[in-house]
Design a protein. Structure first.
Length: 346
């Protein structure tokens, strides 16, 4: 394997800047090229993190370069399909920000292109690297929580209604659904613990006032059934008057996790008055807070893992097939809300 991952960054907005910072800190990375249709954005990122990188305003110039092994796709959601498929055809390995694409058909096209080209792929769902969820997954795999019965996760994010982000993030043709873009994190995390989803139901609405109103949804409640027999719930609320909240709970036949607190059936009198706090309490800093660089927000771990896929030969922990299955659930949730009926996944 190579000792350096030669990477091109496509998209130099907010999220692209965060990835550039992480990649610049990795000694096994050479940021070779930056692309953004707003060239000034790419030049700003280049000056801060990779002054030797070539700056272009057309992502195709990055894909043409023989000295680029892999790309980070950090463009607006609606461009993910075109750029990912082009990258696969160019033989470049791919880390793509979530969501995978804004239609299920495009997600399938991406899956087929990546598999056909034999390139490596990682989707940008970084929650799987969070130390809380890694620890809980180890407990579950060891049988200490028993069989999962019910699992839930919330994505509650106060994004002010007058922020410029709504010029694109709330537009269906550019960004797709907010549920897929935001609560795709929750769907992916629930799949990480409970496996594949077989049926979904959902209510959704647009409820929060904004200067630039969204077109899809800013509140949604989805119910999921898994092949294992477990059930689940996801709440999406964008604009709620509350700090960023990413609640998580898993109820198993031998133990329960609620955020950073764990109860086991081996703890005496856990169910009796006065013993509610007889549990294992993990660090509160492990609870997601949406602040890049913190121990709970593991974007850097996601980026480092992609580099290890290139220079160390490690497998992708969330490959193109997995990304497609998370996306398929998200689109089924939206169909369930539109139709007013539950939707089964084959």
């Amino acid at each position: 394997m190579a000792t350096k991952a030669r990477i091109g960054l496509i998209g130099a907005g907010w999220i692209g800047t965060e990835h550039a910072r992480n990649l610049a800190a990795n000694p096994h990375v050479e940021l070779v090229a930056l692309a953004d249709k707003n060239r000034a954005n790419a030049e700003k990122v280049g000056a801060a993190y990779c002054p030797k990188a070539v700056v272009v305003d057309d992502y195709r110039r990055v894909l043409e370069r023989a000295d680029v092994d892999a790309v980070f796709i950090c463009s607006p959601n609606g461009m993910h399909a075109e750029m990912t498929i082009a990258a696969a055809h160019a033989g470049k390995h791919i880390m793509c920000e979530k969501p995978m694409a804004i239609t299920l058909e495009d997600c399938a096209r991406i899956r087929d292109a990546v598999k056909g080209a034999g390139v490596r792929y990682l989707i940008g769902y970084h929650r799987r690297f969070n130390p809380l969820y890694c620890y809980v997954k180890s407990l579950l795999d060891a049988g200490q929580l028993g069989k999962p019965v019910f699992i839930e996760s919330d994505y509650i994010h106060h994004v002010p209604g007058d922020w410029a982000i709504w010029e694109w993030a709330g537009k269906e043709a550019i960004a797709g659904s907010i549920f897929h873009g935001g609560s795709g994190h929750n769907v992916d995390l629930l799949r990480f613990f409970c496996g594949e989803v077989t049926e979904v139901a959902c209510y959704k609405d647009i409820a929060m006032p904004r200067t630039i109103q969204v077109e899809t949804e800013d509140v949604a409640v989805a119910i999921l059934r898994f092949a294992s027999g477990a059930m689940g719930k996801i709440l999406l609320l964008l604009g709620g008057i509350v700090p960023f909240t990413f609640n998580f709970a898993l109820y198993g036949t031998r133990g329960t996790v609620r955020n950073n607190r764990i109860w086991f059936n081996t703890i005496p009198r856990f169910d009796q008055p006065g013993h509610e706090n007889d549990c294992i309490e993990l660090p509160s800093s492990w609870i997601p807070d949406n602040v890049q660089g913190g121990v709970s927000e593991t974007w850097d771990a996601l980026d480092d893992r992609f580099v290890e896929m290139l220079v160390g030969g490690l497998d992708s922990p969330n490959d193109v097939e997995s990304a497609y299955r998370t996306s398929r659930v998200c689109f089924a949730v939206l169909e369930a809300a539109r139709s007013g009926r539950s939707v089964k996944l084959g």
